[in-house]
Design a protein around this ligand. Structure first.
Ligand SMILES: [Zn+2]
Ligand SMILES: [Zn+2]
Length: 254
């Protein structure tokens, strides 16, 4: 970790992806030595523990399904949602949760290079890339953006757009500050975000993929999709890196 600490102290966080010397010689999570040629931030054994979500999942909201042979989860069977589908690469757990936290709260922007390929792989494996014309991302309010200095979802979307050769469009805007979703229950999350986003149309493109880091109750995904649909986007899909399955994480959330 010494090299990483030195690099951080030197303020080189933003340089990690551009100079070639960019990856620490040891795993950012377990400290084991890394092959410099591999240009990874975490070691293969840490990365291998990321638990990809496997079929069956709800064809609408993407939550893992316990019962094979059904298409929709209990909730989606009774309630309509504003997106065509939402999916996530893996569960918000262990190594992936730590990598996302490092990206968000420890300013490790180089992690985008580690995490964006997971999103790209999911799009390729599930043959989803033909379903959308452009990529956008969940925005932050101006105040939050100033506080963090960057929007991790925007960085991921930009990188994934390059990897799958789709344009990144700045379609959504968060027009008011909201309380942190972390501290709220499912119903409160919905109310908290109501009317918080506005969207803009595109003259020719009609199908868009929203990228975000974590899907929890889906309140953010629903609000962003609703704003996009209201201004003329015909198909709206959502892909996140990680997901906290509602049933497991929040017994009272919906
Ligand atoms: Zn490791
Ligand atoms: Zn569902």
């Amino acid at each position: 970790m010494k090299a990483l600490e030195r690099a951080k102290r030197a303020g080189s966080g933003a340089l990690w992806g551009t100079l070639g010397l960019l990856y620490p010689p040891c795993c950012a999570l377990c400290d084991s030595a890394l092959e410099p040629s591999q240009k990874h931030f975490a070691c293969p054994s840490c990365l291998m523990t990321i638990q990809a979500i496997r079929h069956p999942w709800c064809l609408r909201c993407g939550d893992p399904l316990e019962t094979p042979g059904i298409d929709l989860c209990e909730r989606c069977a009774h309630e309509s949602v504003s997106f065509d589908w939402a999916q996530s690469v893996a569960l918000y757990d262990g190594v992936l949760a730590r990598l996302i936290q490092k990206l968000k709260y420890e300013q490790e922007r180089a992690l985008v290079h580690e995490l964006a390929p997971l999103l790209e792989k999911h799009l390729q494996d599930e043959q989803l890339a033909d379903q959308f014309d452009a990529i956008t991302f969940v925005p932050m309010s101006r105040k939050s953006l100033q506080r963090r200095g960057f929007n991790q979802s925007e960085l991921l979307a930009k990188r994934v757009g390059k990897l799958v050769a789709k344009p990144l469009l700045f379609l959504l805007q968060k027009i008011r500050e909201t309380r942190s979703q972390m501290e709220l229950s499912g119903e409160e999350r919905r109310q908290n975000l109501q009317g918080a986003f506005i969207a803009r149309p595109h003259p020719t493109l009609k199908r868009v993929l929203i990228l975000d880091d974590v899907y929890t109750t889906g309140a953010t995904a629903r609000e962003c999709s609703r704003a996009l649909r209201e201004c003329g986007w015909e198909q709206v899909m959502v892909l996140t890196l990680a997901r906290t399955p509602i049933a497991r994480s929040e017994p009272n959330a919906h």
